[in-house]
Design a protein around this ligand. Structure first.
Ligand SMILES: C=C(O[C@@H]1C=C(C(=O)O)C=C[C@H]1O)C(=O)O
Length: 382
């Protein structure tokens, strides 16, 4: 005989409360939307860290009355405020660039189900009403499709918190005329994905893109008998495993992608760094303007002379203008052995007076200097 689930009445109440919570969050978002209009008219910066600090402090006090934990409230509002700030940044950017792009064609490393696909979808959801997805089999292919105007934008990974820079992408940036117009960071939870019925003990062959293998070396040391096979993307690895339909093969990729190919998760969250994050950049043929009311990043490419202290001299220019550097990367210049190209991510707007002055000074002491792009920073740390 069927018995009624005793949890049902309470679960119904929880569901009803959750609906109210979402309604309130949507109302809060709408207010944030109105706030940005006032900020545009009065030229006020989007971010107000002091207001955020006082707000969270007050909420923690209020939470105490309901026995709510301080850390819980901090985490909850970090997410809510981040969403609010990113929403305002996007609205401001649309206002400045007059570009509410309804429909866009975007290239990514595919097939569907790759991390690049997830990053592309997340970026697109916040920027366009409609998209046409263009799946590519290499990073080079993505660059070429944007350059040839086969697509409007390209999304490529640039660095990962476990394995570091994605050199192939840095090398392609050296030769392209494309501009970086945005960035998006995606938490990466690698999974061992196998066909139904398979168990971890049976696996002897693992397919994936070289990147996940690099990010999971500690975990892979436990399985030295696994044969490792490189693929164009994590999703093509999943596709291969699903097609073979055997119980001794597996792919490393993400859970959602695995579902798409009918694979089960045997193990997950095993990257060398527990917080495994990949930062992706968005490429376009045209540079964008970034509002001085939001936090911006400028990426430059430069080649210094080979004399002692040449790089230090260049970095001193940045320090003297109080420009913070969030990343410095160097890559060999093809055809010029032992010469290096430097990639620098700077905190600041390309159009600001300090940045313009710093770049002017840098151009006099470097052999080559190019701005790869200025774009809104997606880092909304509090
Ligand atoms: C909503 C505002 O914009 C930003 C977002 C905030 C929020 O979501 O609470 C608070 C301060 C600002 O950084 C505001 O200025 O009030």
């Amino acid at each position: 005989m069927m018995t009624d689930n005793p949890l049902l009445p309470l679960r119904d109440k929880i569901t009803a409360l959750d609906k109210q919570l979402l309604t309130l969050i949507a109302q809060r978002r709408e207010l944030s939307n109105q706030v940005v209009n006032t900020k545009i008219n009065a030229n006020i910066p989007v971010r107000d860290l002091e207001r955020e600090r006082i707000l969270v402090k007050t909420l923690i006090e209020t939470g105490k009355q309901f026995a709510l934990d301080e850390l819980f409230i901090k985490r909850l509002y970090q997410v809510i405020i981040e969403d609010s700030v990113l929403l305002q940044q996007r609205l401001l950017q649309q206002h400045l660039n007059h570009d509410v792009i309804k429909s866009a064609k975007i290239a990514f490393l595919g097939p569907k189900g790759s991390y690049s696909h997830s990053a592309m979808r997340r970026y697109a959801a916040n920027h366009f009403d409609q998209i046409e997805e263009s799946s590519c089999s290499s990073f080079k292919d993505i660059f070429e499709k944007v350059e040839k105007a086969d697509v409007d934008f390209g999304v490529v990974p640039i660095e990962n918190s476990s394995s570091g820079s994605i050199n192939e992408v840095y090398d392609l940036l050296q030769k392209t005329n494309l501009h970086i117009i945005g960035e998006i960071s995606l938490p990466i939870d690698h999974c061992i994905l196998a066909n139904k019925q398979a168990t971890l003990d049976e696996i002897d062959t693992v397919y994936s893109h070289p990147q996940p293998f690099q990010q999971c070396t500690n975990f892979l040391e436990k399985y030295t008998h696994w044969k490792i096979i490189y693929c164009d993307s994590t999703s093509s690895a999943m596709e291969t495993v699903a097609k073979q339909n055997k119980t001794n093969v597996a792919a490393i990729g993400n859970k959602d992608g695995g579902e798409l190919y009918g694979l089960q998760v045997l193990e997950h969250n095993f990257a060398n760094q527990k917080e495994n994050i990949t930062r992706f950049i968005i490429l376009a043929r045209q540079a964008i303007n970034v509002s001085d009311q939001i936090s911006a990043k400028t990426t430059i490419l430069m080649k210094t002379g080979q004399q002692a202290g040449a790089l230090v001299d260049a970095l001193l220019v940045l320090r003297n203008h109080n420009i913070a550097m969030t990343k410095l990367e160097s890559r060999p210049i093809h055809g010029n052995p032992w010469e290096e190209m430097f990639y620098i991510d700077l905190q600041g707007n390309l159009d600001s007076i300090v940045m313009q002055q710093a770049l002017k000074e840098l151009s006099t002491i470097t052999l080559f200097l190019k701005v790869l792009g200025c774009y809104p920073s997606d880092n909304v740390a509090q």
